[in-house]
Design a protein around this ligand. Structure first.
Ligand SMILES: *Cc1c(COP(=O)(O)O)cnc(C)c1O
Length: 393
C-alpha cells in the first residue's frame, strides 16, 4: 500500500479511531467504566488537567471509550475535531446554546426534526434569540432571510419526515457572505451518503442513536467541525453535563463497524421499495429523494452518494387507512425511532413530530395520513412482499 493511499469510508468505519485504544492486546475498544482517572504524580496530573498532556481526568469531560467513538465519526466526516453528547438533542441544544446570544438571529427551515423545532419555537425565543423558519424547498426565500443577517444557518437534509432536500453548498455560500455559521444535521444521510463539511457547512451533527449506532440500543449525539468551534461546544457540554455514557459509546462504536454495509443495503432497498410503493393504487404519494419525481432529486443527486434508507408515503384512505395498515406489517416495529437494522414504521404524529400539536404539524406541511418507513437490512423482496400483503388486505 502506498503512503498516499486513502482508505475508503468502509475501511474507516471498521478501523478509524481505534488503534490507540487497544489495551493489553485487546482487539476491541474496552468499555472504561471509570468516573475519574488517577495520577500518582501531581505535576503530570496538572498537565493532563490543563490539556498539555493527553489523558483523562473526569468522566463528564472525557473518557477513552467515548473518545474512540468521537474519533471514528470525526474521521468519517473528514473533520478536524469532534465531541459527543448523551443524545442527538443534547448535541443540537448544546451547539445552539454555545453559539447564540440574546439578540442573535437563526435562519432555518420548517421541516427540522420535531425536537429541534421545539428548541427553535419554545426555548430560543425565551433567550431573545429570533428564529426564522423558511419553507424548506424555497431556496430564494432562505437566501433572502440569510441576507438580512443571522448568526446561524441551521440545516437538516434530507428532512424528517417528508424527505425534502436542501442545497447545502448554495445556502452555505449565502450564509458565509452574511458571516453566519452553518450547522447541518446529517442524521438521515450518514457520512456514507453525504459529507456536509465538504459542501461548505461549518459543523455537522448526528443523532448517533439512529444510523451510526444502527441497532436501536443506545442513545448518543456527536458534532464535528473545526477545532475552534468544537472546543467551544465541548466546553459548554463539559460544564452543563450532557456527556455520552461509556457503555453507549461502546455500543455505538460496535454498530459503526457495519455502517457502510448497512447503508449500502438500505440505500438499495429503499430505492426499490419507493418505486414499488409509487406503483400501488392504494398509495397516493411517495417521498424519496432517489425518485426522479422527487421535487429535489437534482440537488440530492449532486450532493449525496446514496439516497438513504428513509422514505415516507401517503395512503389514499388518510389516517383511518394508516391505523388499519400499520399493524398488518409483519417486518416492521411500530416505534418512534429510525435507522436500525430492523424496519420501523409509524405516523409522524407518534414519531418524529410527537412533540408538535396537530396545528404545528399542519403548519410544517406534514399530512396526518403519512407513514414514515425506515428501511432495515432485511431482504428487499421480503419487505416488498410484506408491504404488498398489508396494502391488499
Ligand atoms: C432522532 C433525531 C434527532 C434527535 O436525536 P436523539 O438522539 O433522539 O436525541 C435529531 N435529528 C434527527 C434528524 C433525528 O432523526
Amino acid at each position: 500500500m502506498s503512503k498516499q493511499h486513502q482508505p475508503g469510508p468502509g475501511t474507516q468505519a471498521v478501523w478509524a479511531g481505534e488503534e490507540k485504544n487497544l489495551w493489553w492486546g485487546a482487539t476491541q475498544v474496552p468499555v472504561v467504566h471509570s468516573v475519574a482517572f488517577g495520577y500518582p504524580d501531581v505535576d503530570v496530573w496538572r498537565d493532563v488537567a490543563l490539556g498539555r498532556t493527553p489523558g483523562h481526568i473526569y468522566g463528564r469531560n472525557t473518557n477513552p471509550t467515548v473518545a474512540a467513538f468521537e474519533n471514528k465519526v470525526r474521521i468519517l466526516e473528514n473533520a478536524e475535531a469532534s465531541t459527543s453528547f448523551a443524545s442527538g438533542m443534547a448535541a443540537i441544544s448544546n451547539i445552539l446554546f454555545t453559539l447564540l446570544s440574546p439578540g442573535d438571529r437563526v435562519v432555518s427551515v420548517k421541516d427540522t426534526y420535531g425536537g429541534t423545532n421545539k428548541v427553535f419555537l419554545e426555548f430560543l425565543p425565551r433567550f431573545q434569540v429570533k428564529v426564522e423558519l423558511c419553507d424548506t424547498g424555497n431556496h430564494e426565500k432562505i437566501e433572502a432571510e440569510i441576507a438580512k443577517g443571522c448568526r446561524i444557518l441551521y440545516l437538516e437534509t434530507p428532512t424528517n419526515p417528508t424527505l425534502k432536500v436542501v442545497d447545502i453548498a448554495r445556502l452555505a455560500k449565502a450564509a458565509h457572505q452574511a458571516g453566519a455559521i452553518v450547522v447541518a444535521d446529517n442524521t438521515f444521510a450518514t457520512p456514507i451518503n453525504q459529507n456536509p463539511l465538504a459542501l461548505g457547512a461549518d459543523l455537522v451533527l448526528h443523532s448517533a442513536t439512529k444510523y451510526l449506532g444502527g441497532h436501536a440500543d443506545a442513545l448518543g449525539g456527536v458534532v464535528c467541525g473545526s477545532k475552534g468551534l468544537v472546543e467551544k461546544i465541548y466546553h459548554f457540554r463539559e460544564i452543563t453535563g450532557a456527556a455520552l455514557d461509556p457503555m453507549a459509546a461502546y455500543l455505538l462504536l460496535r454498530g459503526m463497524k457495519t455502517l457502510h454495509l448497512r447503508i449500502r443495503q438500505q440505500n438499495e432497498s429503499a430505492g426499490k421499495i419507493a418505486r414499488f410503493l409509487a406503483a400501488q393504487p392504494e398509495v397516493s404519494q411517495v417521498f424519496y429523494p432517489g425518485l426522479e419525481s422527487h421535487q429535489h432529486h437534482d440537488v440530492a443527486r449532486r450532493q449525496m452518494r446514496g439516497f438513504g434508507g428513509m422514505l415516507s408515503f401517503m395512503l389514499k384512505g388518510g389516517f383511518d387507512a394508516v391505523r388499519e395498515f400499520l399493524p398488518r406489517l409483519r417486518y416492521a416495529h411500530l416505534a418512534a425511532n429510525l435507522g436500525a437494522v430492523e424496519t420501523i414504521a409509524g405516523p409522524p404524529a407518534t414519531t418524529s413530530h410527537v412533540e408538535c400539536t396537530a396545528e404545528e404539524r399542519a403548519a410544517m406541511g406534514i399530512p396526518e395520513g403519512l407513514i414514515r418507513y425506515s428501511v432495515g437490512i432485511e431482504e428487499t423482496e421480503d419487505l416488498i412482499a410484506d408491504l404488498q400483503q398489508a396494502l391488499k388486505k
